[in-house]
Ligand binder design. Structure first.
Ligand code: HEM
Length: 190
């Protein structure tokens, strides 16, 4: 079993209640979308028209959808940071533990820069550049679609880290020694 799961233990699934609410709402949201697609019999349409499309207009729109989802997540992180700062006064330690605050801080920066800021640039480029130069598509349509899907999967992996394991506590820049693996999480980095 150890060979299969490596360092993965039940500990990786234990989180604070604030995070559990986020995980449960994310899973329920995913189930609701899947149920809606099944109810409307839209899976085939989704696969043929969108998921396998290399059309830059469609890829641009898919970027925008991923960006809106990731911005919502980054915004929730920002609200939690501000709530912590508002409630950790006097003797109160606030809503979150110190380590969880650092995770949220890092997740906010990483999400906003890599999955919102950069996504806006790629998405707008897909929507606008072919129109500007009067071309029917970008130079390498499949590579462009692959780029989008790597972006979307990377965003999804960062969301999965809400439920499995922990996020980095080293900030979005991940400077060593904060990001060094020699630090244990309790010491402020990993
Ligand atoms: C939606 C409204 C937003 C709010 C309320 C917000 C709030 C915050 C707060 C409270 C911090 C921690 C600052 C500190 O304690 O020094 C922070 C950090 C940061 N924010 Fe935002 N933010 C927002 C949007 C954005 C956007 C749109 C971006 C980028 C596209 C962004 C990028 C960052 C980055 C890169 C950091 C530093 C994270 C790190 O050092 O790891 N934020 N934000």
């Amino acid at each position: 079993m150890d060979d299969l799961v490596g360092k993965l233990t039940w500990d990786a699934f234990q989180h604070e209640w604030t995070q559990n609410i986020a995980v449960v709402s994310m899973v329920l949201g995913g189930i609701a979308v899947a149920a809606l697609l099944t109810y409307l019999k839209r899976w085939k349409w989704l696969w043929n028209e969108w998921l396998t499309s290399v059309d830059p207009k469609r890829i641009g729109i898919m970027y925008m959808i991923v960006i809106i989802l990731m911005f919502t997540k980054g915004f929730a992180d920002a609200l939690l940071m501000r709530m912590q700062q508002a409630t950790a006064v006097g003797d109160s330690l606030g809503l979150l533990s110190a380590e969880h605050f650092q995770e949220i801080f890092s997740a906010h920066g990483t999400t906003m820069i890599f999955f919102v800021g950069m996504g806006v640039v790629f998405g707008l480029a897909n929507l606008i550049v072919p129109l500007q130069i009067g071309a029917r598509d970008v130079a390498y349509p499949f590579l462009n679609a692959l780029g989008f899907w790597l972006f979307a999967v990377a965003g999804t992996l960062s969301l999965i880290s809400l439920g499995v394991g922990r996020f980095s506590t080293a900030g979005w820049l991940a400077y060593p020694p904060l990001s060094s693996i020699e630090y244990s999480p309790g010491e402020g980095g990993r």
